[in-house]
Design a protein around this ligand. Structure first.
Ligand SMILES: Cc1cc2nc3c(=O)[nH]c(=O)nc-3n(C[C@H](O)[C@H](O)[C@H](O)COP(=O)(O)O)c2cc1C
Length: 450
């Protein structure tokens, strides 16, 4: 089997393919709804377009933003998005995904403050408003590589995940360690606030530590087994972060509602036979809203190291999934819709529109108009064309000549721990790093899904 290339010359052709596949995606013929503001509790967004968190692997060794980090976020602010959801920022050294993953500490918080000032200035200079800035607080868990070598910290063994990346019993973290991470998450909220972020995201998605605890069905002790135990880390961490909430600083969360693992290695949002079962994710989001007072979530799915096609449908990549990428897009938006329906008072953002390229704007508009979601985070599209929000808002449509081609090269760069961006649209910056990756990749194991 090989990847089917995206070849739809008109929206009608794309809709015809959807019919053939038996799926339905929301599309609008007008994008103006994406330019409307959104206000929920203390969160005020200028429009419905957001930049998804994407690790750039471009920090200094001590975790500070580098000139690449600054150039990227300033560029994104100039592009006109109402919301910039910064990439995963590690809260502890041992949970870093690489030596070049951003790490926030008391010693370097000043450099994040300077970065945010410049990003906000860029938004005002170019568009007359400050984008809303969210820091994604993260621990890479199974995918920790603080010295650019795997050093997994896991919630429980998972033989299937271990076919892609080795781990053993010695990697299982203790309950005391998880309590320490709750404290550190609280501290990261304080640091985010000091750094001038408008909110902190207590991230629980994509197979990292928090998401893995959510599916630690076999783990013993306070963080495994029952639903209450498996959601304890996230809830306690949100409570710890909420201690620092103020009228100008909020706590939000990016939640993975379905991992897409096979039956015998069941992930979150899955029944024992592996089928999608959103009863726990819905319960979780509802409790976060009703009991913990969370007003804003982004919904995502999958694990980029194991089920990449679920996180970000693609038609060029390291492996050929056994489903059409449009099925992945449909799964994501149906899941988002179900969550939105179960917590209608919460602002729910959707993920993963990029596969739809020149139709992604009509899709996002259709989903917001149809109340599937309140807004959208665009990921790979922002690397390819950081101006996509202004194109949509000011000209009514995204520029089809600048869209992301879902070639997967940004994903290769991140796994190679090299500054990450669009190799196709910005070759002068990223092609040299990609060439280095091509030379080094012969050393990776055959089935490595980084
Ligand atoms: C290079 C790369 C890095 C990413 N890093 C993060 C991250 O730091 N945090 C996160 O939650 N998601 C991360 N993602 C996932 C994106 O936020 C997004 O959910 C995914 O790309 C699907 O959106 P898209 O179809 O618009 O690209 C990353 C994706 C890519 C391609």
């Amino acid at each position: 089997m090989s990847h089917e290339k995206f070849h739809y010359k008109t929206l009608e052709e794309l809709l015809e393919k959807c019919r053939e596949l038996g799926i339905s995606l929301p599309f609008a013929y007008d994008t103006s709804i994406l330019a409307t503001p959104l206000e929920i509790s203390n969160i005020k967004l200028q429009n419905r377009l957001g930049i998804a968190p994407m690790e750039g692997a471009d920090s200094t060794e001590d975790g500070r933003p580098s000139e690449y980090t600054e150039a990227r976020y300033v560029r994104e602010a100039e592009g006109g998005a109402g919301l910039i959801w910064y990439e995963a920022i590690s809260i502890v050294e041992e949970g870093r995904s690489s030596k070049t993953q951003l790490l926030i500490t008391e010693d370097n918080v000043d450099s994040f403050k300077r970065l945010n000032e410049r990003v906000k200035e860029a938004g005002i200079r170019k568009n007359g408003f400050e984008p809303y800035l969210i820091m994604q607080s993260n621990h890479s868990g199974r995918y920790s590589n603080p010295d650019n070598k795997p050093a997994p910290l896991i919630a429980q063994r998972n033989k299937w995940l271990e076919t892609f990346r080795a781990a053993d019993d010695s990697c299982i973290v203790s309950d005391d360690y998880l309590k320490y991470i709750e404290e550190m998450t609280g501290k990261s909220a304080l640091l985010a606030k000091e750094a001038g972020f408008d909110a902190v995201d207590i991230k629980s998605c994509h197979g990292y530590l928090f998401q893995e605890v959510a599916s630690a069905y076999e783990r013993k002790g306070e963080y495994g087994g029952s639903y209450e135990n498996r959601t304890r880390l996230l809830k306690n961490s949100i409570k710890a972060a909420k201690a620092y909430e103020s009228p100008s600083f909020s706590v939000v969360s990016r939640i993975g509602i379905y991992d897409g693992y096979p039956a015998y290695s069941r992930g979150f949002g899955q029944a024992e036979d592996g089928a999608m079962d959103l009863s726990e994710p819905k319960r979780l989001v509802k409790e976060l809203h009703d009991e913990l007072g969370l007003t804003f979530v982004d919904i995502t799915m999958g694990n980029p190291y194991a089920t990449t096609h679920i996180v970000r449908p693609f038609d060029m990549g390291k492996y050929v999934p056994d489903e059409h990428p449009l099925i992945g897009v449909a799964r994501m938006i149906q899941g988002v819709k179900e969550i939105k329906e179960s917590v209608p008072d919460m602002a729910v953002y959707a993920s993963a529109p990029t596969y739809l390229r020149q139709y992604s704007d009509l899709y996002a508009a259709g989903a917001v108009a149809g109340n599937y979601a309140d807004g959208f985070l665009f990921g790979r599209m922002a690397f390819a064309d950081p101006d996509f929000p202004n194109e949509i808002i000011k000209e009514g449509r995204i520029n089809p000549k600048r869209v992301c081609l879902t070639c997967g090269k940004c994903g290769d760069l991140i796994r190679a721990h090299k500054p990450t961006g669009c190799v196709i649209r910005y070759p002068e910056t990223f092609l040299p790093f990609y060439r280095e990756f091509m030379v080094e990749k012969k050393d990776l194991p055959e089935n490595f899904r980084g």
